[in-house]
Design a protein around this ligand. Structure first.
Ligand SMILES: NC(=O)c1ccc[n+]([C@@H]2O[C@H](COP(=O)([O-])OP(=O)(O)OC[C@H]3O[C@@H](n4cnc5c(N)ncnc54)[C@H](O)[C@@H]3O)[C@@H](O)[C@H]2O)c1
Length: 346
């Protein structure tokens, strides 16, 4: 199978690395920047060819992997889809709901696979955490808290929410097996006049809430998701080498505050117990994801993150734009609600 990776930047180069390990895949690299192409050629002599535009390789390839900045995902992916090529698009699938819907429709019309690069949904630790939640070990999920912080990388074409929060939204939605129905956002531009670089999101899921902090302006690199359950709490720390998941056997129970004999007692009682870190087998999520892309093309079976999944997350991101603009809770519009023009609620 011949795959063209379009965009050999920070992330596209990692796709080229993992695809190059697959004996049944030939890789070509497309990048508008000649220096990037030369670097790819120097590092990967096995590369079939390099090109400056997708049009130069479309006739030769079976599939296209789009790893350009988000603002160009729609144009690049639509060229490939309308040429009948299978396409994997990095997150976010597109920068508007209309574009994402058009991409899903184009994949359908051309009978090809469209997949979105929600890499964390292929992460063994995230998958294990979902199993832990599903097993009931944590009890009812009271809330999810997530932080994705570092110094940079400032993007040109999207704000920090569209850049980083697709991961947190997809992780929370994957863990809870639900989609948010509304969002509320506080975001701020600290540096330069262009884009918000720090944001706090509240995602209202049908069963609970998730709170997401994303930042390009933080001295520490943090990639952490905390699931607070009624019985136990779990922390997934993607920066940890050997304790990616920790399960805290701790909790808080309300005290009987109406009992006059307890008037001077604490309003709650605390439970404390062991902290356990289960073994998480290592498999590089990007490799798992890209392998699934190739396999889905061969078998015709849709991947775990098809275009529709990307569209769902773009709908949530579009809702954060509305909330940021109005300062109100904004519903996540389904296709039918969007068509009716439903507005943000207070
Ligand atoms: N899944 C993940 O964990 C993850 C992590 C980082 C980035 N990403 C995503 O990967 C994508 C790329 O991000 P990045 O940080 O690698 O960006 P980058 O700026 O480092 O690289 C983008 C590359 O695309 C090239 N390019 C731009 N437009 C092009 C076009 N129309 N045709 C050909 N080449 C073009 C640029 O020359 C550049 O080399 C983004 O969508 C980003 O959100 C995903």
């Amino acid at each position: 199978m011949h795959v063209a990776v379009v965009g050999y930047g920070y992330w596209g180069s990692k796709h080229v690395r993992v695809l190059s390990t697959m004996p049944d895949v030939a890789v070509s690299v497309v990048d508008a920047d000649k220096r990037r192409r030369e670097e790819a050629e120097a590092l990967y002599p096995s590369i079939r060819r390099t090109a400056g535009t997708i049009d130069e390789v479309l006739d030769e390839v079976d599939a296209v992997l789009v790893a350009t900045p988000p603002g160009s995902h729609y144009d690049v992916a639509m060229r490939a889809l309308s040429a009948g090529k299978h396409v994997l698009v990095e997150k976010p699938l597109a920068t508007s709901v209309d574009d994402a819907e058009a991409m899903v429709a184009a994949a359908d019309d051309n009978d090809v696979q469209l997949m979105v690069g929600h890499t964390f949904e292929y992460n063994p630790a995230v998958r294990q955490l979902r199993d832990i939640i599903r097993s009931g070990e944590l009890g009812r999920v009271l809330y999810v808290d997530s932080a994705r912080l570092s110094l940079g990388l400032y993007q040109r074409d999207v704000n920090v929410i569209w850049d980083l929060a697709p991961h947190d939204i997809s992780i929370a939605s994957y863990l809870l097996d639900e989609l948010p129905v509304a969002t509320s956002v506080w975001a701020h531009r600290n540096i330069g006049p262009w884009r918000e670089d720090v944001a706090y999101l509240r995602l209202d899921f049908p069963s609970t809430h998730a709170f997401v902090h994303v930042s390009w302006l933080n001295p520490q690199k943090v990639r952490r998701t905390t699931v607070v359950g009624e019985r136990r709490m779990a922390v997934y720390d993607d920066m940890s080498d050997n304790e990616r998941i920790r399960i805290y056997d701790i909790g808080v129970d309300p005290a009987d505050i109406d009992n006059p004999h307890m008037a001077h007692e604490m309003p709650v009682t605390y439970r404390t117990g062991n902290i356990i870190s289960p073994f998480v087998p290592f498999r590089e999520p990007l490799l798992v994801q890209d392998r699934e892309f190739v396999d889905s093309i061969r078998s015709g079976v849709r991947s775990a993150t098809p275009g529709e999944r990307g569209l769902d997350i773009v709908r949530v991101l579009a809702s954060t734009d509305v909330s940021m603009e109005t300062g109100k809770v904004a519903p996540v519009l389904s296709r039918s609600a969007a068509a009716r023009g439903v507005k943000a609620s207070s």
